[in-house]
Design a protein around this ligand. Structure first.
Ligand code: ATP
Ligand code: MG
Length: 539
């Protein structure tokens, strides 16, 4: 897919482009707060913001919304850049809200001068009490009618560090009886004696999101400020700040629905809890819905872009099924991943009539994609097949190996199971004979084996750990309140398997293990593979 359908935002942008309303072209921004790693919900916003700019020969800002120094960190700034690039996008400008701290301070000063803002000395608790509810209007602050001079002086003393955290705030002077609670004299500036990762100790007053975001959009000439639906109720404030602070350009804010995924959480705050409490191994744990986690699991950037395109851009809130992402991953890897042999639960096979030592067979990396070339496959008298490819009591029409039955070893020979070696009720080894005239491609045996199974040669195969994952949560919509109870206790299992040597030797990281699924070399641990997705839905 990956082609862009005309969603309501793209239609709006088309109209604006055609009407000549955009002298500066299409300019968008992706504005993450550097307080965690990006997740697949952010990917939706990234694909939209960068996507519409690319489609219209415009440009995109990557702007870090770094106005909350207590929670933010430089390591997140780096990780976010890395993830955006990995997804296949590049920004025209890298900026930070903190680049504009001086301008923002001046705009707040403007509001005070125009009697549109005041310094309020109520405590946070008192302010909350006076804010009212959905059904009751709020009450005016006793500090609301301070003079412009007094407000200006207090604001400059706030900046100079003469007050402690929470002692004063700057509030917009709008309407304490507004039906929209966001408009009831919202706080624009607060005092935080916290070192900022970029501006150090230059500032101890920090602007709040609703004040910062619209002004940054205006200063960067953003033509379409695209955000998620929870900001719809903030749009009147966005517009109010721009109109009242004497900002000379007014970007339009347009909202679309957030992406939700079943059986996981999609909030940096909750994901951070999983990391901090050691429930996952880190932000890039392959079970995490983070971009880093998905990458480590083997999900490709093309699959994520395809997924976002299929989900589309609408105003309907929805939780998408994980299956859709799995589908997109298969769709991408089907064509591009080399196909080799990996045995997850090995069962030893001894060929009793084998006298050839180690034979080098040849097999294509992808039967439908010759461009991927071929590799040699060592074959010998001691092999491993999958335990599940043998049955002591085979059902009717069994397509695999059983006592007295034959199968073909892919790209190799037909074998017959002559004897089963048991240890108690465990099958520990199969003694088989092979048919020398049944070699793949030159088979003159006329034999009809049950089916074809994958295998590796025991001495040449490489022992690996194979991690298989299930959903991280056992309920479709885990919530903050029951986060730990909602976890799936079986979200990871580890197998000791073997892969053919060419898989380890190849540069590729993504492979199909024939008949098993798609797997990916783990980026942190050698000789470890993560299962990305099974070959078919429902496994
Ligand atoms: P989180 O709660 O996960 O931290 P956030 O919205 O606070 O989410 P930001 O870093 O502020 O995270 O988000 C950057 C951009 O990504 C915002 O424009 C936001 O609207 C968008 N975004 C975040 N989550 C989603 C989502 N689930 N679906 C679509 N867009 C999202
Ligand atoms: Mg946020």
């Amino acid at each position: 897919m990956e082609q862009e359908s005309r969603d309501f935002i793209r239609s709006r942008i088309d109209e604006d482009v055609q009407s000549g309303a955009l002298p500066g072209g299409v300019v968008t921004r992706f504005p993450p707060e550097p307080n965690g790693y990006l997740h697949i919900g952010h990917a939706k916003s990234i694909c939209l913001n960068f996507g519409v700019a690319v489609e219209n020969a415009g440009k995109t800002y990557l702007r870090f919304d770094d106005t909350n120094p207590a929670k933010e960190d430089e390591s997140f700034v780096q990780a976010i850049q890395n993830d955006v690039r990995w997804l296949g996008f590049d920004w025209a400008h890298l900026t930070y809200a903190s680049d504009y701290f001086e301008e923002l301070y001046q705009f707040a000063t403007n509001l005070i001068k125009y009697e549109k803002a005041y310094v309020c000395s109520l405590s946070g608790e008192e302010m909350r009490k006076q804010r009212g509810t959905l059904t009751e209007p709020g009450r005016n602050s006793p500090y609301r009618e301070r003079s412009v001079e007094e407000n200006l002086e207090l604001f400059s003393r706030m900046r100079a560090g003469q007050f402690g955290d929470g002692e004063q705030v700057v509030r917009a002077k709008i309407d304490m009886s507004s039906a929209n609670i966001n408009m009831r004299d919202p706080v624009l500036y607060r005092i935080r004696h916290v070192r900022h990762q970029r501006t150090g100790d230059d500032w101890c007053v920090y602007p709040l999101y609703d004040f910062t975001h619209c002004i940054c959009d205006a200063l960067e000439g953003i033509s379409h400020s695209l955000c998620t639906l929870e900001f719809e109720d903030h749009r009147p404030l966005y517009d109010w700040v721009i109109e009242n602070a004497n900002v000379n350009y007014h970007p339009p804010q347009i909202e679309f629905s957030r992406l939700g995924l079943e059986y996981t959480v999609m909030s940096k705050r909750l994901l951070a809890r999983l990391v901090e409490e050691g429930i996952v191994s880190g932000w890039d744990d392959p079970r995490m819905p983070t971009i880093a986690g998905l990458r480590r699991r083997g999900v490709t950037p093309a699959a994520i872009r395809d997924f976002c395109a299929r989900v589309g851009v609408t105003k309907q809130e929805n939780r998408v099924e994980m299956n859709l992402l799995d589908f997109c991953v298969r769709h991408d890897l089907e064509k591009s991943a080399r196909r080799g042999m990996g045995v997850l639960e090995p069962l030893k096979v001894t060929l009793t009539n084998w006298t050839e030592g180690v034979l080098q067979l040849e097999g294509p990396w992808h039967a439908q994609n010759e461009a991927l070339g071929s590799r040699t496959l060592p074959f010998s008298g001691t092999l491993y097949i999958e335990q599940s490819d043998f049955s002591l009591a085979p059902p009717k029409k069994w397509k695999r190996l059983a006592r007295g039955e034959m199968v073909r070893l892919r790209y190799g020979f037909i074998i017959r199971c002559d004897e089963v070696v048991m240890d108690g009720d465990q099958v520990v080894e199969l003694k088989c004979s092979y048919f020398p005239d049944s070699r793949s491609g030159e088979d003159t045996s006329g034999l009809k084996p049950n089916g074809v199974v994958h295998w590796v040669s025991a001495d040449q195969a490489v022992a690996v750990k194979i991690y298989e994952y299930e959903r991280l949560f056992q309920v479709a919509d885990p919530t903050a309140g029951s986060l730990l109870d909602d976890l799936n206790p079986h979200s990871v299992s580890i197998k000791d398997g073997f892969v053919e040597p060419a898989i380890l030797a190849a540069q590729d990281t993504h492979f199909q293990f024939e008949r098993q699924g798609y797997f990916c070399k783990d980026s942190e641990n050698e000789y470890s593979f993560n299962k990305t997705v099974s070959l078919r839905e429902g496994f």
